[in-house]
Design a protein around this ligand. Structure first.
Ligand SMILES: [Zn+2]
Length: 1082
C-alpha cells in the first residue's frame, strides 16, 4: 500500500510501503560518513541499484500474511537448510520482566495480556489505559536499539490528503515546544537511529528509535507533545505551508499553488507505477476508505479547508484512538509513567468507533478499468502500457493458518526469479518487468496483484491470459518439492535472522503487529511464528504440496470474482492537459478576486515567506531537549578485526556474536576490466546468479542456493580514495549461511563465479529490458540520484565508472544493448566471459568474514579450498579508465510535474584539505538553509547537500521541486548564509551531536563486518577515525564561516544537472540563454 512520510530521507521499508523507492540519503549521504560506518547499501548505491545488487541489505518486503517479515531482496534466492536456522535472535538470554504490576495499576493501566515471545526472547505486555481506552504494547528485551511509536487510525473520506498534511503539520511546533519545527531540531541534534512519520491509507504512525536512553526519552516527549498538542490546529500558516496555499508575489503575476505535501504528491502522481498502484487500490475498494487517497490527489488537495483539518485532528488524534508501542532494554515502569502524563489529560471519546475501517463487500463481477499516464512528448509509446490484475481475497478475517499458507504461496509463485509465475511472465516477452506486489495483507483485507509493464498496447489481453493460464497450470501441477523446501527455508531463515538492515528491529515488529492490532485483532499473533510454522510444515508433509496450495489458488484467485484489471496507457498529451487545467483553475480564482483581494493575497504570501525565513530565536530553540557533549562517547565505535592470510590472500575476520550465522564477502579486484565493458557489470552480476551452469539450469541453481544458504548476492563496488587518482574497484560476492552450512556456502559461491555459463540469450534479453525499464522508472522517481551520478561522472573517475554502471550513460547503453543482443549475441556473451577472465584472480582479492571466533576458525579450510579454485593472477594489469564526462550544464528532459535540481563541484580540485568539521557543516546546511529555502519556502519535498569526502565532490540536490533556477539561487546563497552565520553554543553543540549520531548509527553484525572491510580496503585507519571524530567534536563557528570559501568555489565553478520537464528547462534557457545543454531522456 502507499504510505507517505514526512522525510524523503529515512525510508521505512516495511511491507507495502511504496513511499520512496529511492531516498535521497540512501543514495548519497552514507558515503560521507564512511569513516564511521558504511552501510551495506551506501557503497553501491550510486552505481548499481537493482535489488539484486544490494545484497540482502537491499531490504524489500515479502509478505506472509499474519507473519510478515522484512526480507532481503525478493529477487534473490535466499534460503536455508531445514533444521538449521538461527534459533533465537537476541544475544542475551535474560530479558527484563514487564512493568511492576503495582506501578501499572497505580498509574491506571490494566493488563489485557502478557506473553513471553520465544521468537524474540522478549516479554510483551498489552495494557489498556483505563480512563481513555488507549492501548499500550510494552516489549522488553536486551535490544539497545529502543523503539517507541504512536499510531492513530486516520481513515479519510476524500482525497484531500488530510491525514498526510496533518502528519507533516503536527511536527511543526507544539505546546511544550513552541518552535517552528521541533522535528528538525531533533534531526539536527539527536542520536536517533530512526526518526520519521508516515501516513498509510488508514493510519498515521509516529515512530522514533535511539540506543541512548536519555535521547530516547527526549524523542518520545517531543513526539507525544506534537501529536496531542500541536500548534498547527490553531495556526493556518502551518496548514498553508505543509498543505496548500495560493501564492502570489505580485498582483500582476499569475497565482500558483504551493505546499510541501502538494508538491510531494505531484511527484508521486508523476510516476506511472504509483498511478497504477493507486488506481488498483481505489478500484478494488470503491465503498470504503481505501477508495480515496490518504496521501492527497494534487487536483483535490486545494479543496481542503482549515476547519476540516482542525476537526480531523480533534477527532482522531485522541488517546481513545491510539495504540502505543515500546520495545527495547529500557525500564518498563518508566514507559508507563511518561505516557500517563499525556493520556491522563484527556477524557474518553468515541473516536475509536468513528475510525473503524469498513469492510469492502466482494463484487459479483470482475471489472476492467483504463487509466492514462503522462508520457514524454514524441516518445515511442508502443511498448509503454502497463497491466495489473488485482483481487481482494476475502471480506472476512482469515484464520492464521490460511494467512500463513497464502504467504508461502506468494513466495512460491513470485518470490524468486525461478518462481513459476514470475518466470512465466518474464519469459513471455510480453513486457519488460513485473508490477503488482503479489499478496499484500497490511490493510484490513488481503489483496493479490500481479502484472507487467512495458507492454505493447495490443498485447495487454495476452498478459491477462497468461496469468490465468499459469495459475491454472499451478493448480494442476503444483510446485516441486525443491521449490517448496527452498521457500520454506527462505522465509524461516528471514523470520529467525530478523535482519532488518538499518531499519530498527523493534519498528519492524511494531508494523507487523499493527496489521492485526489496528483492526481489533490480536497484536501478539503476527509476532508468534514458531508454532504455526511447525504446524504448517507438518501439514505439507501430510497433505502434500498440491493438497495445500492448489485449493488456495483455486478458491482465492481463480474462482474469486472480486477482480479488477487495470490497463494504464501512455498519453503524450496528458501532461499538457493537466497543466492547462491547473492554470485555468488558477486563472478563474484570480478573475474572481477584487484588486483588494489580490493585494491581500500578495501581502499574505509575503507574510508567510517572512515567517518561514525568520529563524527561531536561540532561547526558544533551547526548550527542545538535547544531549550534552559530555553524553557523547569520545571514541568511534570499533569493530573487531583480525587481518590474516590464507594461500597468500588477505582474510579479514570479525569476531562478533551472530547467533550461529556466518556472513562473508569476497572482493575481487576489478580494475583490470576494459572501460567499454563496465556498463555490462550489473548484467554480468545478474547472469552469475540467474543463468545456470552446465549441470544445473538457473531454477535448480536458484533452489540450491535457497536450500543450502541464507542468500548470495554479487555486485560491483567502486569508490574514490582520497589522495589517489585511481579509484578503488571490486567485484563483491556476499553470502550468509548457518555455521553448519559453511562448506555449502563457499562451494556455491565458487560454482556461481566459475561455472555459470553465459549462453542463455533469451534470459539475458529479459535482464536487459527489465533493467532498462527499472532505470526509466528511476529517472522519474529518483531524478536527484540520476543528476548526482551524472555530476559525479563529470567530477571524478570513480563517479564516471558508477555513471557507466548506473547513470544516464548506463540507460543509453541498455537501449543499444537490446539491439546488440539480437544482432550479435556471441559477441555479448564473449564480453561477459572477458569480464570473468579479467576479474577472477586471487591476487588483490580480500575475503571478509563475520561471526564468532569458533565459527570463523572452522571456516578457514573452506576458504582455503575456495581460493584454490582461482588462479593467482589474471594477467593484464593495465587499467584503462582515466576518464570523466565533459563538465557541461545539462537539462535532462522527462515527463514530470516536479523537478530534481543538482549543482556540484570537486572541492579537492580547489585545494581543500579534509577536516572533520565538514561533516558537521554539511549536515547543518542541509537541515537549516536548504531545508528552509528549498523545502519550506520553495515548496520542494526535499533540499539537501552531500559531501563525498573520498572524491571531494560537494553537491546540492533537490527532490520533487517545483522550481529550477530559483533553487540554484538558493544553493548559491549558501555562501552568504555561512559567512553571516551567528551560531550560539547550543546550536553548535546540537549540530555536533547530530553528526556523531550519523557517524555512530546503529548497525547489525553483518553491516558492522562489511563496514570494517570497506574501511580496510579504503585505507581508513582507526587513527584517522579518531582524528576525524575529534575534529567533529571541536568544530567551531569559525570553521563554518571558513567553509564558505569552498562553497564559493561551488557557486562559481559548479556544474548543474537538472532532471526536469521540457517547459521548465526551456524557460530556464530563455531566462539564461544557452545555460543548459538539453537532452531528452524520456
Ligand atoms: Zn509527506
Amino acid at each position: 500500500m502507499r504510505a507517505q512520510g514526512i522525510l524523503a530521507r529515512t525510508v521505512p521499508i516495511a511491507a507495502h510501503m511504496r513511499m520512496f523507492a529511492v531516498s535521497p540519503s540512501l543514495s548519497r549521504s552514507n558515503r560521507v560518513l564512511s569513516f564511521g560506518k558504511v552501510g551495506g547499501r551506501s557503497s553501491i548505491q550510486k552505481g548499481v541499484k537493482s535489488p539484486k545488487n544490494l545484497g540482502w541489505q537491499g531490504l524489500r518486503p515479502i509478505s506472509v500474511p499474519g507473519i510478515r517479515i522484512v526480507e532481503a531482496s525478493r529477487m534473490d534466492s535466499l534460503t536455508f537448510s531445514r533444521g538449521s536456522v538461527p534459533q533465537a535472535v537476541l544475544s542475551a538470554p535474560a530479558p527484563k520482566l514487564g512493568a511492576d504490576p503495582e506501578v501499572a495499576t497505580k498509574l491506571g493501566y490494566e493488563v489485557i495480556s502478557e506473553q513471553f515471545l520465544d521468537e524474540y526472547n522478549s516479554t510483551a505486555i498489552l495494557y489498556r489505559h483505563q480512563k481513555t481506552g488507549a492501548e499500550v504494547m510494552s516489549v522488553s528485551n536486551s535490544d539497545e536499539n529502543k523503539v517507541f511509536g504512536i499510531v492513530f487510525r486516520t481513515p479519510p473520506k476524500d482525497s484531500t490528503g488530510i491525514p498526510h498534511i496533518l502528519e507533516h503539520s503536527v511536527l511543526c511546533g507544539s505546546r511544550k515546544y513552541p518552535v517552528k519545527e521541533p522535528f528538525v531540531e531533533l534531526l539536527k541534534g539527536s542520536l536517533h537511529t530512526f526518526l520519521n512519520a508516515f501516513t498509510y491509507p488508514d493510519r498515521t504512525c509516529y515512530p522514533v528509535a535511539s540506543t541512548n536512553l536519555k535521547d530516547f526519552y527526549n524523542l518520545i516527549d517531543v513526539y507525544l507533545d506534537a501529536v496531542f498538542f500541536p500548534r498547527c490546529v490553531n495556526d493556518v500558516q502551518t496548514f498553508q505551508q505543509e498543505g496548500w496555499h495560493y501564492e502570489l508575489n505580485d498582483p500582476s503575476e499569475d497565482i500558483t499553488f504551493k505546499g510541501v505535501v502538494f508538491n510531494e504528491m505531484k511527484g508521486v502522481y508523476s510516476q506511472p507505477d504509483n498511478i497504477l498502484g493507486r488506481a488498483s487500490q481505489q478500484a478494488l475498494f470503491p465503498d470504503n476508505t481505501y477508495g480515496v487517497d490518504s496521501g492527497g490527489d494534487p487536483t483535490v488537495i486545494p479543496d481542503l479547508t482549515f476547519e476540516q483539518f482542525q476537526e480531523f485532528h480533534r477527532k482522531f488524534y485522541h488517546p481513545s484512538n491510539a495504540r502505543l508501542w515500546f520495545y527495547g532494554d529500557d525500564d518498563p515502569n518508566e514507559r508507563l509513567k511518561v505516557i500517563s502524563e499525556y493520556l491522563d489529560s484527556f477524557e474518553p471519546s468515541s473516536s475509536a468507533k468513528e475510525s473503524e475501517v469498513a469492510v469492502q463487500k466482494l463484487f459479483g463481477e470482475p471489472k476492467r478499468i483504463i487509466e492514462k499516464y503522462a508520457a514524454g512528448e514524441g516518445s515511442e509509446t508502443g511498448k509503454k502500457h502497463m497491466v495489473a490484475i488485482n483481487w481482494v481475497l476475502s471480506d472476512e478475517p482469515l484464520d492464521l493458518e490460511t494467512e500463513l499458507a497464502l504467504g508461502f504461496l506468494d513466495h512460491l509463485m513470485l518470490g524468486t526469479p525461478a518462481a513459476p509465475l514470475r518466470k512465466a511472465l518474464m519469459e513471455s516477452g510480453l513486457g519488460e518487468s513485473i508490477v503488482g506486489g503479489g499478496i499484500e495483507d497490511e490493510l484490513r483485507q488481503p489483496q493479490f496483484s500481479i502484472g507487467l509493464k512495458g507492454v505493447a498496447g495490443e498485447k495487454t489481453a495476452e498478459v491477462e491470459e497468461l496469468v490465468f493460464k499459469t495459475l491454472s497450470r499451478l493448480v494442476e501441477e503444483g510446485f516441486t518439492a525443491e521449490a517448496v523446501e527452498a521457500s520454506i527455508n527462505t522465509i524461516e531463515f528471514s523470520l529467525r535472522e530478523n535482519n532488518t538492515g538499518s531499519f530498527p528491529r523493534g519498528l519492524s515488529l511494531m508494523l507487523r503487529s499493527m496489521g492485526k492490532w489496528l483492526y481489533g485483532g490480536d497484536p501478539f499473533e503476527p509476532l508468534r511464528f514458531a508454532k504455526p510454522l511447525e504446524a504448517f510444515k507438518e501439514r505439507i508433509a501430510k497433505e502434500g504440496v498440491k493438497g495445500v496450495f492448489s485449493p488456495l489458488i483455486q478458491r482465492y484467485i481463480l474462482d474469486n470474482r472480486h477482480r479488477v484489471t487495470i490497463e494504464l496507457q501512455p498519453d503524450t498529451e496528458k501532461g499538457a492537459r493537466d497543466e492547462a487545467a491547473e492554470a485555468e483553475k488558477l486563472a478563474k480564482v484570480k478573475a474572481s478576486m477584487t484588486p483588494e483581494d489580490l493585494a491581500e493575497l500578495a501581502r499574505a504570501t509575503e507574510e508567510l515567506r517572512l515567517k518561514q525565513e525568520t529563524p527561531d530565536p536561540p532561547e526558544a530553540l533551547r526548550v527542545v531537549p538535547s544531549l550534552l557533549l559530555k553524553d557523547i562517547p569520545k571514541e568511534p565505535i570499533s569493530v573487531p578485526i583480525t587481518v590474516g592470510q590464507i594461500n597468500g590472500t588477505t582474510v579479514l575476520s570479525h569476531d562478533i556474536f551472530t547467533n550461529d550465522v556466518l556472513y562473508t564477502e569476497v572482493a575481487f579486484d576489478m580494475s583490470t576490466i576494459k572501460a567499454d565493458l563496465l556498463p555490462l557489470m550489473p548484467l554480468f552480476c545478474q547472469s552469475l546468479l540467474e543463468m545456470g551452469t552446465k549441470d544445473m539450469d538457473f531454477v535448480e541453481l536458484s533452489q540450491l542456493i535457497g536450500r543450502k544458504t541464507g542468500g548470495i548476492s554479487v555486485f560491483p563496488f567502486v569508490s574514490s580514495v582520497r589522495g589517489k587518482e585511481k579509484p578503488l574497484s571490486y567485484l563483491v560476492i556476499r553470502g550468509k549461511a548457518m555455521a553448519s552450512q559453511t562448506s555449502d556456502l563457499f562451494n556455491l559461491m565458487r560454482i556461481i563465479l566459475k561455472e555459470v555459463q553465459f549462453n542463455d540469450k533469451q534470459r539475458f534479453k529479459q535482464f536487459v529490458s527489465q533493467r532498462k525499464s527499472g532505470m526509466e522508472s528511476r529517472v522519474v522517481g529518483g531524478g536527484h540520484a540520476v543528476a548526482a551520478t551524472r555530476m559525479d561522472g563529470m567530477l571524478n573517475i570513480a563517479g564516471w565508472v558508477n555513471e557507466q554502471m548506473g547513470g544516464l550513460s548506463y540507460l543509453e547503453f541498455l537501449r543499444s544493448l537490446e539491439k546488440r543482443v539480437e544482432e550479435d549475441w556471441p559477441a555479448v556473451s564473449q564480453s561477459l566471459e572477458a569480464i570473468r577472465t579479467a576479474v577472477l584472480g586471487r591476487e588483490g582479492a580480500v575475503v571478509n568474514m563475520t561471526s564468532d571466533e569458533t565459527i570463523l576458525q572452522r571456516a578457514e579450510p573452506h576458504v582455503s579450498s575456495f581460493l584454490d579454485a582461482f588462479s593467482k593472477s589474471t594477467g593484464d594489469k593495465t587499467c584503462t579508465w582515466n576518464t570523466r564526462l565533459s563538465a557541461v550544464n545539462e537539462g535532462l528532459v522527462i515527463p514530470t510535474q516536479v523537478n530534481y535540481v543538482g549543482k556540484a563541484a570537486n572541492l579537492f580540485d580547489s585545494g581543500y584539505k579534509l577536516d572533520g568539521s565538514a561533516y558537521v557543516i554539511n549536515k547543518y546546511i542541509g537541515n537549516t538553509w536548504l531545508w528552509e529555502r528549498v523545502r519550506v519556502s520553495g515548496g520542494a519535498y526535499g533540499g539537501f547537500c552531500d559531501f563525498d569526502t573520498h572524491s571531494g565532490v560537494f553537491s546540492y540536490l533537490s527532490y520533487r521541486d517545483p522550481n529550477l533556477l530559483k533553487t540554484l539561487d538558493n544553493y548559491d546563497g549558501t555562501v552568504d548564509f555561512l559567512k553571516n552565520l551567528e551560531l550560539d553554543n547550543d546550536a553548535l553543540t546540537k549540530a555536533i551531536i547530530g553528526t556523531i549520531g550519523d557517524v555512530d548509527s546503529y548497525q547489525l553484525p553483518d553491516a558492522k563486518g562489511y563496514s570494517s572491510m570497506v574501511r580496510y580496503l579504503m585505507g581508513i585507519t582507526e587513527e584517522e577515525r579518531q582524528q576525524r571524530r575529534e575534529e567533529i567534536l571541536s568544530t567551531s563557528v569559525e570553521d563554518f564561516r571558513n567553509f564558505a570559501t569552498n562553497l564559493e568555489y561551488v557557486r562559481d565553478n559548479g556544474v548543474v544537472v537538472a532532471v526536469a520537464s521540457a517547459d521548465d528547462i526551456a524557460a530556464a534557457n530563455k531566462a539564461k540563454p544557452g545555460f543548459f545543454e538539453v537532452k531528452k531522456v524520456l
